[in-house]
Design a protein around this ligand. Structure first.
Ligand SMILES: [Zn+2]
Length: 243
């Protein structure tokens, strides 16, 4: 742990990349684990754009249980520690693959959501914008939220299969990674793009890579430090930041 703390103290530009592995601490199912969402729901349907057009109720019915229930979920020690580190100037930004809004709920300010976000929604017919809370309210009355202007289908700005990635988010993620002299991957197996290649931007400019994940990743051989236990790691790290 001391070796990591030394890196952190030396670093002028530390960036964290978080994946689904950190959310399991908050009771949110990991997408790819054995109890993952993809075991419970049909992965080919829930985030598939073509299927969403055909049967939006499938997404919204399930999404009530893991997206539109933010008031019942609390950020865990990991989210809180990262927010504290940002506040104290130890990290510049958190790039996340997660769509659970928990970094923001914990107080992180600079969060780059590379798979999009349910914080904003759009009507697919007229383009009207809706916030997370707008849609929460609509969902209290109907199974599928409809545009109050034109009755069009409302979709969260989460990147579905069959959709282009959010260009602004990707540009910001690449810019942040390219500047990072310390790049820390937590709870991501680095198998899904664009997350998989982001550490390379930091490595290319001479940054140090640290990976904390209970599974092997394709970039383990490039890691300056590798830890397996996220929970242990953050128990130690949080005590350092007087949480
Ligand atoms: Zn509309």
């Amino acid at each position: 742990m001391q070796r990591f703390l030394d890196l952190l103290e030396e670093s002028d530009n530390c960036v964290f990349l978080s994946g689904a592995g950190i959310s399991t601490f908050s009771g949110i199912p990991d997408f790819r684990g054995s109890n993952g969402l993809y075991a419970k729901y049909d992965a080919n349907k829930i985030f598939d754009l073509a299927y969403f057009y055909k049967d939006p109720a499938y997404f919204y019915t399930h999404a009530r249980e893991f997206i539109y229930d933010l008031d019942t979920r609390e950020p865990n020690l990991i989210h809180r520690t990262l927010a504290m580190m940002e506040k104290k100037g130890y990290l510049k930004s958190v790039i996340t693959q997660n769509i659970d809004l928990l970094h923001q709920k914990a107080g992180s300010l600079n969060v780059i959501e590379i798979h999009g976000s349910p914080a904003t929604h759009k009507c697919l017919s007229c383009g009207e914008n809706y916030s997370y809370n707008d849609v929460r309210e609509l969902l209290e009355k109907e199974t599928v939220p409809r545009c109050t202007k034109c009755s069009g289908l409302i979709k969260p700005d989460i990147t579905f299969f069959g959709e282009m990635l959010d260009e602004t988010a990707i540009t910001n993620a690449i810019a942040a990674s390219s500047k990072a002299d310390l790049f820390v991957v937590i709870g991501s197996s680095l198998v899904v793009q664009p997350a998989a290649s982001l550490p390379l931007y930091s490595l290319k400019r001479g940054g140090k890579l640290v990976i904390i994940n209970n599974m092997a990743t394709p970039l383990d051989e490039y890691a300056y430090l590798k830890y397996d236990e996220l929970g242990d790691f953050f128990n130690h790290l949080s005590s350092y930041f007087n949480e």
